[in-house]
Design a protein around this ligand. Structure first.
Ligand code: AMP
Ligand code: MG
Length: 413
């Protein structure tokens, strides 16, 4: 008897939902597959970076003391070695000696600085050029100049990436620098997605009288994938018990962490989703005190958590942002990130009905101050105004009018 269930605030509803989820177990996978995956454990450096003192320029490794009088009278050093990148220097420089050295090559013992080729009398940089017998220059070179000392960036044992971080391309680069061929990450959560409604056509079917294309399953599938989650698209259920039940059973068979549907959870005569859920599971609630997106159901079906988003495309999207995204982050083990929020100054009067409202807006930033303008009418079917928005303004519950100049919270999309 779903009508007996409570209507919660957004915060209460989200907390109730989140309390049912735990992060997925971990697995160890090849580094190349780790982009956008979430670290299951802290990463500590196994060695220093850089791992050895090396040159940051193509030039000559020298003892800086040998350049003490170079500004006044110039200095000529004997070139005793040639050190390409990747080689191990065998010489130890003594007074009056230099070694040609390439960027990234290990500094020889005795050397404490590098003078770039362009500051010497030996300018030839063509590939294959043999090192000269001597090198001359006429400036003072400070100790440490153009040397990247071992451990300058980080030391063995340093925690460089934290558990719960969603890995970015640059993180993969650092992991490779540290020699991590495999990384412990959370398993990718799996979500089954279905639409419902007799009016819905597949995107490639010609539009006929009374019908519309199913857009929710495209927007939601993309949102789920962008959140680093695998989506199993189950298609469109008809407005019958049997059809809704058929797709939900498929979702169970797919062994998913969450079932997400859109539409059919309202109070319409053909809204069978709630009823079918209760026939083989349980509904916790099916309304949230918000706008858009009041008909929003949560429960379980066949032992799997279920979130029923509203049918209207903007409501479905907002419901995703407010309830599903946090679930996907928790399932995925993500502890950092999430959507950025800012305070933005309203450039127009905003009327609300007292429910917590999520309004489509465009944000401008000047001199560090964010201002917000709504993107056209806020009807829950108007997807264009969502496309034109770069933020959702949150008008708190109980507020009926926001005057010009007042700041509200904005979720950056
Ligand atoms: P309902 O929740 O079934 O009452 O649907 C509410 C509104 O959302 C109706 O106008 C539906 O046509 C529309 N709607 C439902 N599902 C979809 C969908 N998958 N794509 C686009 N619009 C939809
Ligand atoms: Mg419907």
């Amino acid at each position: 008897m779903p009508w007996l269930l409570a209507m919660y605030s957004v915060t209460e509803a989200r907390e109730r939902i989140l309390s049912h989820f735990q992060s997925t177990p971990q697995e160890s996978i090849p580094l190349i597959e780790c982009a956008n995956r979430v670290l299951a454990a802290d990463i500590s450096a196994a060695h220093d970076l850089p791992p050895f003192d090396n040159s940051s320029m193509d030039g000559f490794a020298i003892r800086s003391a040998d350049s003490a009088n170079a500004a006044a009278q110039g200095v000529t050093l004997k070139v005793v070695a040639d050190i390409p990148a990747g080689s191990v220097p065998t010489v130890t420089l003594t007074a009056g000696e230099a070694a040609r050295i390439m960027t990234g090559a290990q500094l020889p013992k005795g050397a404490d600085a590098v003078i770039p080729v362009e500051d010497t009398d030996f300018h030839v940089r063509d590939a294959g050029t043999v090192a000269p017998q001597t090198v001359s220059f006429s400036r003072i070179v400070k100790a440490g100049e153009n040397v990247r000392p071992r451990g300058m960036d980080l030391l063995a044992g340093d925690v460089v990436l934290q558990k719960g971080r969603r890995l970015k391309p640059q993180d993969l680069g650092l992991l490779a620098m540290l020699g991590f061929a495999k990384v412990a990450v959370h398993k990718k959560p799996r979500v089954a997605l279905l639409s419902s409604g007799d009016e819905l056509l597949e995107v490639d079917a010609p539009l006929t009288e009374g019908k519309i294309h199913d857009s929710n399953s495209y927007a939601l599938a993309a949102a789920i994938q962008n959140a680093g989650v695998e989506v199993i698209r189950l298609g469109v259920a008809k407005d019958t018990r049997e059809s809704v039940e058929g797709l939900l059973k498929k979702a169970i068979a797919e062994n998913v962490d969450l079932i997400v549907s859109s539409a059919g959870v309202s109070v319409g005569a053909f809204d069978f989703v709630k009823e079918v859920i209760e026939s083989n599971g349980r509904l916790d609630f099916w309304r949230v005190n918000m706008r858009p997106g009041k008909p929003l159901a949560f429960g379980e079906y066949g032992g799997r958590p279920f979130i029923g988003l509203p049918g209207n495309p903007v409501s479905a999207f907002v419901g995703f942002e407010v309830f599903v995204r946090p679930v996907l982050e928790k399932l995925g083990g993500q502890l950092d990130g999430g959507r950025l929020t800012v305070r933005a100054r309203c450039e127009e009067v905003i009327e609300s009905d007292g429910r917590e409202s999520y309004l489509r807006a465009r944000i401008r930033t000047e001199n560090g101050i964010h201002t917000a303008v709504l993107t056209g009418h806020q009807g829950s079917g108007n997807l264009l105004s969502l496309v034109q928005a770069d933020a959702l303004l949150i008008i708190p519950a109980g507020v009926k009018c926001v005057p010009v100049g007042q700041e509200v919270e904005a979720i950056i999309l």
